[in-house]
Design a protein around this ligand. Structure first.
Ligand code: NAD
Length: 404
């Protein structure tokens, strides 16, 4: 394939409209805005002025019926999480490439099914984990994968700088609800960090979760969570996240046999030991000495925004087979950890990974129950209507980049 990837954005809300504007403005190499689709008809009426000449559809079904006429190659799925998989599956069935927003799904079992369908389609499947393009994370991953630091011992990530106000939570009827979002900070904000954690360190073997619902906001879902994870080989990990702390923290610490990596305040500090600590521990004559160490730092340099880089990489994957920075298939990894953390918190027990079909059933049952209770308590439609949070567009895009 050559030329440009003719792309439709499905769900033109806060983030979808940013993707659409970037493509429409010609800022995404290899991508062209072929259509827009949103179920909010009033919102659709405004598109003509912002995106003159771009066809608009009020349902994905209508869009897909016209896909051949539009010469459509791909879709970006940026609707609320609950609808990600059914729309992505319908797109693959039409022979389209798919770039899905995070999280891949609300339930792990839906993401697993989508991955199977994507694989059978042979089409390109990407997911918008834009923070994978942040140079410090990529550098840390490179160092870890090179083996220079040896085996992982322990890691802890406190990422509590996802601060949100009550106005944010009130801005959309689907937000911060079990029925609409399927959870709170773990399913909405933290997927970026959980993905990076796993991208750097690999999958944990089992997870224990502690979720605190409505601790800082008038919401039913969790706005603070702690995940304790055990990795193969005995390494442990603690992941703490919150939308209720100001100022928040973003500090990732990873301890290895041959040193330590810390990311904080836009700085990666890498401390390398001259010898393996495990060897030193059993061969040193000293009772408290430590191996010799060298410290190197790498600082954060602001580059192009991650969303644009992922869009461009996706287009290149379609056009030239370039390797995806963020393959859609990886969506199951962070979702496994967040689903397991919820289930662990709800049932007060460890959850083994990969999550079994039985645990997936229990997860579905409890989530359904929570959605039912929530609706009963609230009364249908009692939440504020959808409000555009895109008042400062660049600020919104930056909000989803790594902040130090
Ligand atoms: N990668 C990131 O940095 C990032 C940032 C923000 C949001 N997101 C993700 O993007 C998705 C959307 O979030 P948002 O904040 O833009 O939400 P939003 O509510 O602002 O926008 C969603 C849009 O989808 C439309 N919609 C709903 N159901 C639809 C359907 N079935 N078909 C077509 N349109 C439909 C709504 O009318 C709305 O305009 C979420 O999954 C969220 O997690 C990702």
């Amino acid at each position: 394939m050559s030329g440009t990837v003719r792309t439709a954005v499905i769900g033109v809300g806060n983030i979808g409209s940013i993707h659409a504007r970037q493509i429409f403005a010609g800022n995404i190499r290899g991508m062209e805005l072929a259509a827009l689709c949103d179920t909010d008809r009033e919102k659709c009426r405004g598109f003509e002025t912002v995106f003159p000449g771009v066809p608009v559809f009020a349902s994905d079904g209508e869009l897909f019926e016209n896909s051949r006429r539009l010469g459509l190659d791909a879709v970006i799925v940026s609707v609320p999480h609950r609808f990600h998989t059914e729309i992505a599956e319908a797109a693959f069935a039409r022979g389209l490439h798919v770039l899905c927003e995070k999280p891949e799904a609300v339930e792990l079992r839906c993401a697993r099914r989508l991955n199977e369908i994507a694989a059978r389609s042979g089409k390109v499947f990407g997911i918008m984990f834009n923070q994978r393009t942040e140079p410090l994370f990529a550098r840390a991953r490179e160092i870890i994968k090179s083996g220079a630091m040896g085996a992982l011992k322990r890691s802890s990530w406190t990422v509590t700088n996802w601060y949100r106000t009550q106005t944010y939570y009130d801005s959309g009827s689907w937000r911060a609800t079990w029925d609409g979002e399927g959870g709170g900070v773990l399913i909405n904000q933290a997927p970026h960090n959980l993905d990076l954690w796993i991208w750097m360190l690999g999958m944990p073997e089992r997870v224990r979760g502690f979720c605190y619902q409505g601790k800082y906001h008038r919401i039913e879902v969790e706005d603070e969570a702690t995940v304790f994870a055990e990795f193969p080989g005995g390494a442990t990990g603690v992941f703490v996240t919150s939308t209720g702390e100001a100022p928040g923290t973003n500090r990732l610490e990873m301890a290895f046999d041959k040193g330590k990596i810390v990311l904080e305040n836009g700085l990666l500090t890498m401390t390398e030991l001259s010898v393996s600590e495990r060897d030193f521990c059993f061969t040193s004559d000293s009772g408290s000495g430590m191996p010799e160490m060298t410290v190197r730092t790498f600082s954060y340099e602001a580059g192009r925004d991650g969303h644009s880089l992922i869009l461009e990489n996706f287009a290149a994957a379609v056009l030239t087979g370039e390797e995806l920075i963020s393959p859609g298939y990886d969506g199951v990894n962070e979702l496994s950890v967040s689903n397991a953390a919820y289930l662990s918190s709800w049932t007060d027990r460890w959850i083994e990974l990969p999550m079994s079909d039985g645990d997936c059933d229990v997860f579905s049952g409890i989530l359904e129950e929570k959605s039912r209770d929530e609706k009963k308590k609230r009364g249908e439609g009692a939440r504020a209507g959808d409000k555009d949070m895109r008042d400062a567009e660049n600020e919104y895009s930056r909000r989803w980049s790594a902040r130090w």
